[in-house]
Design a protein around this ligand. Structure first.
Ligand code: FAD
Ligand code: AMP
Length: 474
């Protein structure tokens, strides 16, 4: 078959499928090629995010949170239940249903937008054709004026702790355990390690996280990281910093770990090991040798500020290119590229991309950290407000953490907002909107916030920038 499209997208993760939908909305004849197969072997659109990332992890985080509340937090409300148990098959099965609902939803959206899906591996050929190899090995070539590469990322494998899908697992494996491991080892205290470690800890696993770096959560603001570390320790999550895994031997259904820290080598035996040491851009088989598309030293597709590869009509977005590996970052690049292709003014502001970690308490931030401002020599003012003084948080029995706001010392422009506490995954949006509109701390301070809500912590932190918070000493 030979078919000519305006746009072919390779990869149907949150970057690729969103790019395809936006391109179709703009009247472009669009195809999307994706190789991901679901548990039933059929095409499952949505990439890492919908199949083995954002959505299934949040499903398990929510279920495990309910269980943890039942076993640990309900008593204070006067609620008790005898002998609470977790049925892991139902727990994982519910997650699978949600995944299916959403991957099926992307198929429906493709139909509604008249996007042609191709199931198979796409390889970019010179001249903007794409060779599609179906799961049965059948090949066909399609071509387009524009090709958007959105091939995403895959977990990094440690050579001495290779994934076996049984004892040593990646994120996909950790979302599909069939029973609660007695002892779970997690390598890497990044977003994925913390979230999935929390899931199994809440269900009763003894979880030890080994992190090679000496500082906890060094991507976040230091105050937020400190509060989070304290709360995780209270929950019984063991996090060993400056601890580098050097060996992992599977023996009789156990994994014997060797890690090194400042005191030398140590051993630790676990039943399951989750290796979550980061992800790398995935481009295996994506590019014919003569396309002219370049990869950088980390294997990412090289693009300019408009996500263009430098090869006529070839663009790249999402985890496969520079920038944070976040679903919404990829989606916004997808929208922008579709708009640029259609001759419109696409836009993406990398300075206001929010980060969220869905642990308990949640962690969220946008903009610069205090350290980044210091290093850049930018003068700033700080405002903070604790959830302990927020009526709604206390009523919820979740009065942990704070909102911290950083504003320019002279102009008051909001430069960074860092939150740890209840519901901050939602609260961060207000900070993003303010920063996107180049607003000031005073703008936020003058906005009416409903009482009693968690959002009052944002309001009070903004007031605190100017030393006039009402419900705390300044
Ligand atoms: P992907 O989602 O990786 O999709 C790429 C798709 O392209 C895949 O379907 C792949 O099979 C396909 N593909 C690759 N090469 C080819 C080819 N040659 N031909 C055909 N198809 C191909 N981000 C957040 O923002 N919030 C979260 O809460 C969050 N939680 C996460 C939790 C976990 C456990 C993990 C692993 C990740 C999480 N992420 C989260 C990160 C998020 O999943 C990624 O940033 C996002 O999926 C990247 O989107 P993408 O479209 O670039 O790539
Ligand atoms: P992220 O990139 O946010 O997913 O985090 C991955 C984390 O894994 C980083 O903080 C790394 O420092 C950590 N890491 C990488 N290799 C090792 C290792 N061998 N032992 C322990 N931690 C590691």
């Amino acid at each position: 078959m030979s078919d000519k499209f305006d746009v072919i997208v390779i990869g149907a993760g949150p970057a690729g499928y969103v790019a395809a939908i936006r391109a179709a909305q703009l009247g472009l004849k669009t195809a999307c090629v994706d190789a991901f197969a679901g548990k039933d072997g059929k095409q499952a659109l949505g990439g890492t995010c919908l199949n083995v990332g954002c959505i299934p992890s949040k499903a398990l985080l929510d279920s495990s949170r309910q269980f943890h509340n039942l076993t640990h937090n309900f008593a204070v409300h006067g609620i008790s239940a005898d002998n609470p148990r977790i049925d892991v098959a139902t727990f994982v099965g519910r997650k699978d249903k949600i995944v299916k609902q959403f991957t099926g939803g992307v198929s429906q959206l493709f139909k509604a937008n008249k996007i042609t899906p191709f199931f198979g591996t796409g390889k970019l050929l010179k001249g903007n054709s794409v060779e599609v190899t179906a799961p049965d090995g059948g090949k066909q070539t399609i071509s387009a004026t524009n090709v958007i590469l959105a091939s995403g990322s895959v977990p990094i494998e440690l050579p001495f702790a290779k994934f076996d899908g049984k004892n040593i697992v990646d994120n996909a494996g950790a979302l599909d355990l069939t029973e609660v491991p007695k002892r779970l080892g997690v390598i890497g205290a990044g977003v994925i390690g913390l979230e999935l470690g929390s899931v199994w800890k809440r269900l009763g696993a003894d979880v030890t996280i080994l992190e090679a770096l000496p500082d906890f959560l060094s991507v976040a603001d230091a105050d937020v990281a400190k509060i989070a570390a304290r709360e995780f320790a209270k929950q019984g999550l063991t996090i060993k910093l400056g601890a580098k895994l050097t060996k992992a031997d599977v023996k009789k259904n156990e994994v014997e770990l060797t890690y090194e820290d400042k005191d030398g080598a140590h051993q630790l035996t676990v039943d399951k090991l989750l290796v979550a040491v980061g992800r790398r851009a995935y481009t295996t088989g994506l590019l014919a040798d003569d396309t002219g598309v370049k990869l950088d030293e980390r294997g990412r597709i090289v693009v300019d500020e408009h996500n263009h590869t430098g090869v006529d009509g070839v663009w790249a977005i999402g985890d496969a290119v520079r920038g944070p590996m976040l679903a919404h970052k990829g989606s916004e690049e997808g929208v922008a590229v579709a708009e640029w292709i259609a001759g419109k003014a696409g836009h993406i502001n990398y300075d206001t991309i929010p980060w969220v970690i869905y642990t308990e308490p949640e962690i969220a931030w946008a903009g610069k950290t205090e350290k980044e401002l210091k290093d850049a020599g930018i003068p700033y003012k700080v405002g903070t407000f604790p959830f302990a003084a927020i009526g709604r948080a206390v009523a919820m029995n979740e009065a942990v953490g704070q909102v911290k706001m950083l504003a320019h010392a002279e102009t008051d422009r909001l430069l960074g907002v860092h939150m740890v506490g209840p519901g901050v995954s939602e609260l961060i949006a207000e900070a993003v909107v303010t920063m996107e509109f180049k607003g000031s701390a005073e703008d936020l301070a003058r906005i009416v916030h409903a009482h009693p809500t968690l959002s009052e912590a944002v309001h009070e932190a903004a007031l605190s920038v100017d030393k006039r918070a009402i419900h705390k000493g300044n």
